[in-house]
Ligand binder design. Structure first.
Ligand code: 1HE
Length: 268
């Protein structure tokens, strides 16, 4: 598979990202464990390049971190070098990279463990599904470091947990453990320590089997509909659902159910 990779994907490997295909799932690993996967400029660009150039065969992706932590956020050693203008462009570079994840071609499942802090939580919140193991903890230490989120956190994190909880995390330095993180909506799945990647892969494999247009609607239409007025949202929904249902994939899948050849919904 490696030979078919876009040159930017191979280059990303030199900047602290490991990449491999597992069937139809792209597995992206932050590989800077010595620095707790802190995101320096090279790593942020590598994330952008990877998600903008996924192989055609990728239908879903998983992102996870090497070592004992998912991600320690912004590489603070680079922060001291920037003036205000450079700071703004730096923040915008994160926006581009995380937008490539959230509004890219395939759904992305984050497998979380250990520290998911600062920019690490911003990265996780750009993914579509978060699976956390019991070692996970979440924080936004920006507040105590005298800075503010800059990787899209102020847009995405309140959508998961609300403005009040994010304000508390930043103002007081509150750290949420894995159980409370799942309870408030930072993760949709909580699994035993050491099993987040396996669970994320299982979910991604299932997602990869969805009709591509359904995944597209969930990634690109749903979040926008949720921001529209009810009136506009209902029209967008009608347009999206008519496009999805007209797709041959939808017709095949509905027919399979009616012919008794597709799985029923089972009680969990
Ligand atoms: C780092 C970073 C980093 C570790 N930038 N180098 N994020 C933070 O404020 C979190 C800062 N990090 C920590 O609180 C801890 O490192 C952890 C809880 C994540 C992990 O603790 P631990 O005991 O496993 O590791 P460590 O001994 O603290 O760190 C190991 C090495 O990684 C050490 O370097 P070394 O050369 O002395 O071995 C650390 O300096 C280095 N390291 N985290 C740089 N973040 C788009 S705006 C986003 C804004 C933010 O993300 S602000 C929040 C930044």
């Amino acid at each position: 598979m490696k030979n078919d990779l876009h040159p930017l994907l191979s280059q990303a490997e030199q900047n602290g990202i490991s990449f491999e295909m597992h069937g139809a799932v792209a597995i992206v690993r932050l590989s800077r464990a010595a620095k707790r996967n802190a995101l320096n400029d090279g790593l942020v660009q590598a994330l952008r390049d990877v998600f903008q150039n996924l192989p055609e065969s990728a239908m879903a992706a998983v992102i996870h971190g090497d070592g004992a932590h998912f991600c320690a956020g912004l590489d603070l050693s680079e922060l001291k070098e920037r003036d205000a203008g450079q700071g703004m462009h730096h923040s915008r570079s994160w926006h581009v990279a995380l937008e490539a994840i959230q509004m890219g071609r395939v759904p992305v499942v984050a497998a979380l463990h250990g520290a998911v802090v600062g920019g690490g939580l911003e990265l996780a919140s750009a993914c579509h599904i978060r699976v956390a193991d019991e070692s996970t903890f979440y924080a936004l230490p920006e507040g105590t470091r005298g800075i503010f989120v800059g990787g899209g956190g102020s847009v995405r994190i309140p959508k998961l947990i609300g403005v009040a909880r994010m304000t508390d995390m930043m103002m007081t330095g509150r750290v949420y453990n894995a159980v409370d993180g799942e309870r408030i909506g930072l993760a949709q799945y909580l699994v035993p320590t050491g099993t987040a990647l396996a669970k994320a892969l299982e979910l991604a494999q299932r997602i990869a089997q969805n009709a591509p247009l359904t995944n597209y609607a969930l990634m690109h239409a749903l979040p926008r509909i949720a921001e529209q007025s009810a009136d506009h949202g209902l029209l967008t929904e009608a347009l999206m659902s008519s496009i999805a249902q007209a797709d041959p994939q939808a017709k095949l899948r509905v027919k399979a159910f009616l012919d008794g050849k597709a799985a029923k919904v089972q009680k969990s």
